[in-house]
Design a protein around this ligand. Sequence first.
Ligand code: Q46
Ligand code: ZN
Ligand code: ZN
Length: 324
Amino acid sequence: MNPIREALCSRCGRPADTYLRYAKLNLCKEHFLDYILARVEDTVKRYRMIKPKARILAAVSGGKDSSTMLLTLSKLTGKFDFELTALHIDLGIDEYSTEARMIVEKVCRIAGIRYAIIGLEDLLGLSIPKLARRIYRPPCSICGAVKRYLLNLAGVEAGVDMVALGHHLDDLAVYILKNFLLQNLEDIRKLGPKTEGYDGFLVGRIRPLYEVYERDTALYVSFAGIPYQSLECPFHSVGMEDRIRAFLDGMEEDSPGFKIAFARSIARSLSKYPQPRYEVRRCGLCGMPSQSDVCSFCRMMMKVLGKPLGLELRDRVREIVSKL
Ligand code: Q46
Ligand code: ZN
Ligand code: ZN
């Protein structure tokens, strides 16, 4: 009987630790790490994400995705000549947030990146669960809005050029297809590899993992020996996204590389999708982007605290990010 031949790394001939179907490559740990770094480098180049001398603020959650984004970007600062710092928002969701914060601190230290943490309890006196209870809304809908607002505010106050997000290919493909199915075509524009900002009040966003699979982010942190969040957020629930994900996974199974091709063709046709119908204005209370006179964050604060935090909140966030 023939012994089963061990797969060998396509780069060095040593035993392989993983097989990437979409690239038809067997790779050992070391060459897998190199390969993902090269994918991120190619993505940054392909979509012209980073201008020389740019200041980039990476949003880090403690999860495998944003840690992969931070670690790979931290290795590219010299090559693309940019400055990288990180921001974590502590949502105050019991042990989940405690673990996330601890991991973020470790990963930033390992990557040698300066970081700041905005704690919702310290900043607002309210965690996500408390906010959700006070305004009778699902925690995830508030959480998304609060994170977006604070991340942008932190970016503005830190004076960075771009905020880097850890969204990976699998999630982006799901969000894009979901918006297409619901015909929220304007929202597809916001899911590209790079979104430009408006001077002084809306920071542009980049997604360096636009062409990196979720599975590869898990392997990246594990092969690199980097800790990542083990607890799942207690508010995570199964929804329409999971059905779309299963469909896209099936397509990927039949045609390896399908999601990359999908993301690339979306990126090429982004300009054909409609622009938002509303004009981006400044909130009259805090000066941040808004679709009406008062932004949704200030309205939320008025409801919960009886007053908007407006410029007072900006001062506090400015102080937190001043160390970056
Ligand atoms: S949105 Fe919802 Fe997540 Fe916020 S409340 Fe938890 S599951 S953490 S990405
Ligand atoms: Zn190898
Ligand atoms: Zn506002």
